[in-house]
Design a protein around this ligand. Structure first.
Ligand SMILES: NC(=O)c1ccc[n+]([C@@H]2O[C@H](COP(=O)([O-])OP(=O)(O)OC[C@H]3O[C@@H](n4cnc5c(N)ncnc54)[C@H](O)[C@@H]3O)[C@@H](O)[C@H]2O)c1
Length: 446
């Protein structure tokens, strides 16, 4: 342990460095979250090292070749060429760090429980190179209590919290593919492990984002993220159920939602789809449910939304079978084109994509499935390995059925409606879709 004067010196020095943009930041995890954050810091004039275990990513970063769609290589290259951004593959880069931002994955284990192994490994690397006067912020999504119960104890074995080590949690809100809201103009919630930690972390993020939103604790900041994504998962679950109910009522749910959204208050539109995908919305609510279970509480909405949303790919396959049979055809042996395998519009990320489950369900029903996606060349996920048909080579008229699973903006929906023999539109984007009987039209809904 250090004496009081040394500690004061360490914390004052850190604050002064942050304020003068002279703090050296190490971002651990150069993925969808870490790279945009590192670029934003470098553009703010802060020296950043993006540390990743994956040497290929580090090489690409150092060559100024972006592998994150929202960050053009030109933007990355100008950060690298100023010397403010570099990649590193070895943990000893942490020796130079004044600030560490942890952006590593937080997946689920096989038994659908939080897997904190990446966070623990990253923090162990920090501990191995820890020195007085460091700010460490966890940005990975996790359950309330993680920073306080897991991160702080490791970082305070040799150092005093709020005096020579500063710890905070700040949830990452990046929305890949969003052209309007990016790192800088998305407000950043920050919860410190103590008032001093809060102060230091707020000063850092003040350089990176237009608005910092302080909350009273790391637990509150962790909960903010889970509330945001649980809100989304539950509302998507609700609308997926309403889509099924609406078809029974011969009402187009998308038309209804668009009309409801004209209400200027008290309503926010969510649209049905083939299920949830990506690294966040299907997973984060389960972190919350797990934490609640440890406190003997049941999260009924999370469970129900998970049940409805994870049942959607099977529902899509069932609808495909109904639609084919209403037109006197069998799904078994039919040639089916799945349009869009990324989990959402205009991105290439296929992690947890419901389209993969739809392909598996259709294949198990005997269909011969191909896919087209302008952002994805091939897939090899959850036992589904396929190479896509290039968009320019597709003739929608060649297939017995086209299932629209991702509403990419480059698809020509007029052409799909015109050329395809039958269309199952899971994203409410194909013109002329009908919610009525399947046999009276070629474009049907969920
Ligand atoms: N992707 C999103 O849209 C998004 C949005 C908000 C929050 N999040 C959260 O942010 C976190 C990171 O997600 P992501 O999508 O950026 O993940 P990612 O898989 O794209 O990137 C994580 C990176 O961390 C690296 N890594 C793992 N362990 C490491 C270690 N010990 N040391 C160094 N590098 C290590 C991996 O090689 C990988 O490159 C997760 O908790 C996620 O839930 C993601």
């Amino acid at each position: 342990m250090q004496c009081k004067t040394e500690r004061d010196l360490a914390s004052n020095e850190l604050m002064a460095k942050i304020q003068a943009r002279q703090a050296h930041v190490v971002v651990i995890g150069a993925g969808y979250v870490g790279v945009p954050l590192a670029v934003e810091l470098a553009e703010a004039g802060v020296k950043v090292t993006a540390y990743d275990k994956d040497p290929r990513k580090v090489d690409l970063l150092n060559a100024g070749e972006s592998y994150i769609e929202d960050i053009p290589s030109t933007q990355l290259r100008s950060c690298v060429s100023t010397g403010l951004l570099s990649g590193a593959n070895e943990a000893h880069c942490l020796r130079e760090a004044d600030v560490v931002l942890v952006c590593v994955p937080t997946p689920l284990t096989r038994s659908k429980e939080p897997d904190l192994s990446y966070v623990e490994a990253a923090i162990s690397d920090v501990v191995a190179h820890q020195h007085p006067g460091m700010l460490v912020v966890l940005e990975s999504t996790t359950y309330p209590g993680t920073t306080r119960e897991v991160v702080v104890p490791l970082l305070t074995e040799r150092f005093e919290l709020g005096e020579d080590v500063f710890v905070a949690f700040s949830p990452e809100r990046v929305d890949p593919g969003n052209k309007v809201y990016q790192t800088r103009n998305t407000p950043k919630v920050v919860g410190g492990a103590s008032p001093a930690c809060q102060k230091v972390a707020t000063a850092l993020y003040g350089h990176v984002v237009d608005r910092v939103v302080p909350v009273s604790s790391t637990d509150a900041a962790e909960m903010v993220k889970l509330v945001e994504n649980t809100f989304r998962a539950v509302n998507v679950g609700l609308v997926n159920e309403l889509a099924q109910v609406s078809r029974a009522l011969r009402v187009d749910i998308a038309e209804v939602i668009d009309a409801a959204a004209t209400k200027p208050f008290g309503f926010m539109p969510f649209y049905p789809g083939p299920g949830l995908g990506g690294h966040c919305i299907p997973i984060d609510p389960l972190y919350l449910a797990w934490k609640l279970r440890t406190l003997n509480h049941e999260s009924r909405f999370v469970a129900l939304a998970d049940q409805v949303n994870s049942g959607m790919p099977r529902h899509v396959a069932r609808r495909a079978m109904e639609l084919m049979s209403a037109h006197g055809k069998a799904l078994r042996g039919a040639r089916v084109l799945v349009a869009g395998v990324a989990y959402k519009r205009d991105i290439s990320d296929v992690r947890e994509s419901p389209a993969i489950d739809v392909i598996r369900e259709l294949t198990q029903s005997g269909a011969r499935v191909e896919f087209v996606d302008p952002h994805v060349r091939e897939i090899n996920e959850h036992g589904v390995a396929l190479r896509g048909v290039p968009e320019g080579h597709v003739d929608y008229g060649d297939y017995d059925l086209v299932v629209v699973t991702t509403n990419h903006s480059s698809f020509d929906y007029e052409e799909i409606a015109r050329r395809a023999r039958l269309v199952l539109d899971t994203r409410s984007t194909v013109p002329g879709r009908r919610a009525g009987e399947d046999w009276d039209h070629n474009v049907a809904v969920l």
